[in-house]
Design a protein around this ligand. Sequence first.
Ligand code: ZN
Length: 100
Amino acid sequence: MNIEETSPHQHEAVFCQSCGMPMPEAELLGSEQDGTKNEDYCIYCYEAGEFKQPDITLQGMTDLCTGFMVEEGMDEAAAHKLLAESLPSLKRWKTAAAVE
Ligand SMILES: [Zn+2]
């Protein structure tokens, strides 16, 4: 029987907990004020200890990311559906949804 969970340097695919972007490389990770990496958020969402768009809503983020994905060549309706299903379960939005 293999015990693979214990290999120390194996990285699971990490996704930004704000926009859902995959962050396969450390340089895509957001940063804290002291320069350390934040493994929850990407560099586009979180830099130097704060969100780059602190007032953005879940709806706003969904629209913003839809735009990026369409630029990447994805169908708009498909992109919007994917984001509308995945973003609410991310850490940044889970609590916001619970408060409403
Ligand atoms: Zn992000």
